[in-house]
Write a protein that binds this ligand. Sequence first.
Ligand code: SF4
Length: 531
Amino acid sequence: MTEHTKTDGLPAMEGVAAPQVLERSRPRNERMASDKIECNACPVLCQIAQGRAGACDRYANSGGELVRVDPVVLLRRTVGEDGGQVVPFLPGTGADSGASWDGDLLLAEDVFVTGVGSSTTYPDYKPAPFIVGSQHEGVDVVTVVTEGIFSYCSFKVKIDTDRYLGPEQANVRCKGEVVGHVTTAEYGSQMLSLGGVHHLTGGSKKEGRVTVEMMEALGNKRAVELTIDGGSQIIIQAGRAPIVNGVEEQRMRVGCGSATIGIFAKQLFGRVDEVVVVDDHITGVLSEHQAGRCLDMPPSGIQMRGRKSTPGRYFQVANPGTGWGGTDIADPLSIIEGWDAGVARPGMRLLMTSTTGEHASWYVLDERLQPVEQQMPADVQAIVDRIGENCEPSLATVLFLGGAGGSLRAGVTENPVLLTRSIKQALVNVTCGGAPAYVWPGGGITVMADVLRMPDNSFGTVPTPAIVAPIEFSMRLSDFKELGGHVGSVRPIAEVLRTGAWHNDGAPTARRVLHRAPANPWPLGRGPLLG
Ligand code: SF4
């Protein structure tokens, strides 16, 4: 350092050589066969022979060149004739290519490049494989596209059923390995948390492998079979009815027992002397319930089992199970303790139903105040049918939840926190395979997307083990520059359609254009789904 150089206490910068950035590192094993390539796209560093694929089946050695074997998926905004076709990119990449593109230039304005099949940014010292420049409503926009490698990721599964799946916190197993747990139930639905870093990397190798396979299948909309400790055996698939202990679920309950009483009280009034809606959560009793009181119903003298919560609302009338209303009972009368002889009278009419109307029985009290089952009157049956009509179809919903606040941000900018801040400032939209992604509040970029809104086969795996999932960041070009984006790697969409990624180290060699899912908003020109 010369005495005239001011460095504010930092070491002198002069003479610091710029790093030599190789497209791919030198092979770790110098004795690697000359016809092999070392793949740098994840930490496994497969050495891939000519004509073979790596351990994840996503990259291959094609004539001495590392290629991403799947086509990159593009979404087209408008309906066209070319959906699903795989179109090879022209040889050469980016500005190197002298070939002219004879494609439909109009297509370029209507196309969004997704992360599906795009290849990855790993090891995160280089720009993302696709940084696409296009126009949206006259504004220059940029989309940074990559396949993220997620160790911190899980699936939150909502299963619309009252049937007992297992106790809260119970282990969920796949092929005998623990892959998740039962979490807090929501209204009308049981919830599972599956996958996650603890099972991927915190247990045995087998646990990690089974977990990642289960997650890939679930994310790619395939069925998975799970067992819950102390509970049920289930088969779940995104967008399909769950199968619990071999029985396909049909209906999601209209509400809890108390809510069902409230909704249908007026319709039942005058047709019954008592109604019990059996529910594992809250069993409702009409004459005692506030809805019955408002209708000025006289007491029936019914005496219920379970723990009385508030008038006409009972907890724990039975054990949870797969019988009436998510309880373990097959005989609804088993939850009635008896009848107050001073209040009840022979001939009283009692309806017992579950919260879905799937189970319903009609009784009349005999001389000994014993309920005797009889044919249900048609007008009461019509109300039970209406309870069923108001139940929505039972579905399993699968949400991918991943942490994108780590190193993949380096594919966007050299100063990653600026990307995080820009998302929180609603300047950058985040999508997963073009599907809207909810961004959780607080630190990091924790995103959540419905797998049904993503293209088929969006998810892959690597043996570390981790999940590979598409992610795209879209913003104005001016905001991209502002956050220190890799401006030099922006390629116009027309050029991307012609030649693909900006690099040729593990890049896809073809594109497949799909039509945007009608429920998904066009990703460009909008802010993120911020929490
Ligand atoms: S597992 Fe796949 S991504 Fe990872 S190094 Fe091997 S081929 Fe490349």
